[in-house]
Design a protein around this ligand. Structure first.
Ligand code: FES
Length: 58
């Protein structure tokens, strides 16, 4: 499933970037351009990173 249509970036790519230490929207953007055109996907990227982030204290 695409998360960023402008750059053809799917959820999996963002998850893999996060796993390799790119934990912020800006870092993801820098690596794969997701969110750097229309910006419509930024809330989704932010949410995905937040949902997948390790929970503090658990
Ligand atoms: S959908 Fe990601 S920048 Fe447009």
């Amino acid at each position: 499933m695409y998360i960023c249509l402008c750059h053809g970036i799917n959820k999996k790519i963002v998850e893999q970037l996060q796993e390799s230490g790119h934990c912020t929207v800006r870092q993801v953007q820098k690596q794969c351009q997701a969110g750097s055109s229309c910006g419509a996907c930024l809330p989704d990227i932010r949410k995905l990173l937040k949902d997948k982030a390790p929970q503090e204290g658990s």
